[in-house]
Write a protein that binds this ligand. Structure first.
Ligand code: SF4
Ligand code: SF4
Length: 441
């Protein structure tokens, strides 16, 4: 079988064996959740509830504000204790809804009802349901899904790609979903294909998931609008642009979107969430998250959005050693957390713990112009050049070196023998360029 891939990239040591055999397990309800009103790219949701309100599972808590935004629903039944600021995993101090959980009455909001005939839905109706349900890209990017499903005027999709790469070296949540719930995912895929009006579907899985490949090979045997393609195991194979290049040999233009090359990419969890809203009426209030690294029991857990990391770790038997770093997402592209008193959100694909001994404190040296960062950059950038420009505050130069095309995969930092903080510098440069653009300078 041919394996598809892209130029550049790296092969970090994989630790999927820590959790890949752990079947998805439902974590019991915690006593309290903090549900962030900002769980997506774009504007935070605006609260539509107040302190003291009683809510059910699926009750709308926050309404999307603007085109790029998303609704937020309660993941539990209970009473709203407060609506206040907390330490967000990605956006710093941010507003969230604290709910005291009513464990005895874990019912769905009575307003939630499945549609009578899902097959009769038009693409526009599916997109509207996805929007109302607050579905976002669950691979970590958290872009509002309804925006991606509807191409801008004058554009169209030809291919829908189900992203089953899960190239982050520790994560196995998508892998378990692919193995355990292929029907749910595939029904979601058919809905996506219909909604985005593409003709062909591709299920893309990395070669390091033989069980999932076996299941999906059989599953797609008689499906003429979908085919399975196996990807070479390489990081960052699951990045949207690298996936499209590997499968379709099409390059998304600099600054452009995948729709420019007529491709739509959606994550495995997103497809499952789309199935749930159309077939059951459920908004997005839970997700599968890999909990791994320096914890006593590594698991793939089905978690209610807003569950605190401290509760999750307790459920997993506690830390192994003294915790040094807690990362949301994978170790390559994830975000370090300041505390374990922080809730998971729609994009939390993994919780990776490193203990104090595992957290390396490397000395940062000068660039020796070895070129390794250039060789591995999957976006064909010059990471060392951009980083030097940012360090010296030559932001216009960094921009002219296409800094904004950096997908922040961290491959350059990973290979740098001088331990240069390349991705951090480039991210800083991107923020400065964005701020400058906003000022109109
Ligand atoms: S410059 Fe950006 S895209 Fe290129 S390797 Fe570094 S982090 Fe990845
Ligand atoms: S890998 Fe590090 S040392 Fe080598 S060129 Fe890039 S920044 Fe310089």
């Amino acid at each position: 079988m041919k394996w598809f891939t892209f130029p550049g990239g790296i092969h970090p040591p994989e630790k999927k064996e820590l959790s890949e055999k752990s079947s998805i397990e439902i974590m019991p309800l915690p006593d309290q959740v903090i549900i962030p009103l900002h769980q997506h790219m774009g504007a935070p949701a605006k609260p539509v509830v107040k302190k003291g309100d009683l809510v059910k599972r699926g009750t709308l808590l926050g309404e999307a504000q603007g085109f790029i935004s998303s609704n937020v629903h309660s993941s539990v039944a209970g009473k709203i204790k407060d609506i206040t600021y907390f330490d967000h995993s990605k956006f710093g101090r941010s507003m969230g809804v604290i709910v005291d959980v009513d464990k005895e009455n874990d019912d769905w909001d009575p307003q939630i009802k499945p549609v009578e005939n899902p097959d009769s839905l038009t693409p526009e109706q599916i997109i509207e349901m996805v929007k109302n349900a607050g579905i976002v890209g669950m691979g970590g990017a958290t872009f509002p899904t309804q925006v991606k499903l509807a191409p801008p005027p004058g554009k169209h999709y030809e291919y829908f790609i189900l992203n089953g790469a899960e190239c982050e070296p520790f994560l196995t949540a998508d892998q378990r979903l692919l193995i355990e719930q292929p029907e749910r995912i595939f029904k979601g895929c058919q809905l996506i294909l219909k909604a985005c009006k593409a003709q062909k579907g591709i299920v893309a899985i990395e070669s390091n998931k033989p069980e999932a490949i076996k299941i999906w090979t059989k599953f797609l045997e008689n499906q003429n609008n979908f085919q399975l393609k196996v990807l070479k195991t390489k990081y960052p194979q699951g990045a949207e642009k690298q996936l499209i290049y590997a499968l379709l040999n099409r390059e998304v233009p600099s600054g452009g979107l995948p729709v420019e090359v007529h491709a739509l990419v959606q994550n495995v969890g997103t497809a499952a969430a789309i199935h749930d809203v159309v077939y059951h009426g459920y908004p997005l209030v839970e997700r599968i998250t890999t909990v791994t690294g320096a914890v006593k029991q590594r698991k793939n857990l089905k978690l209610r959005i807003g569950t605190l990391v401290s509760d999750i770790i307790k459920y997993c038997g506690g830390y192994l050693g003294e915790p040094g770093k807690i990362i949301f997402g994978g170790p390559m592209m994830g975000d370090s957390q300041r505390t374990d008193y922080t809730p998971i959100s729609k994009g939390t694909s993994g919780i990776v713990v490193q203990n104090k001994q595992q957290v390396s404190r490397k000395q940062h040296l000068n660039c020796i112009r070895c070129g390794k960062c250039v060789t591995v950059c999957p976006m064909n950038l010059l990471p060392f050049e951009i980083a030097i420009r940012v360090e010296n505050d030559y932001i216009d130069h960094a921009q002219s070196l296409n800094a904004m095309d950096c997908i922040e995969c961290g491959s350059c930092s990973y290979v740098c023998p001088s331990n240069r903080e390349l991705v951090q510098l480039i991210r800083l440069g991107k923020n400065k360029i964005t701020a400058k653009r906003k000022r109109g300078a």
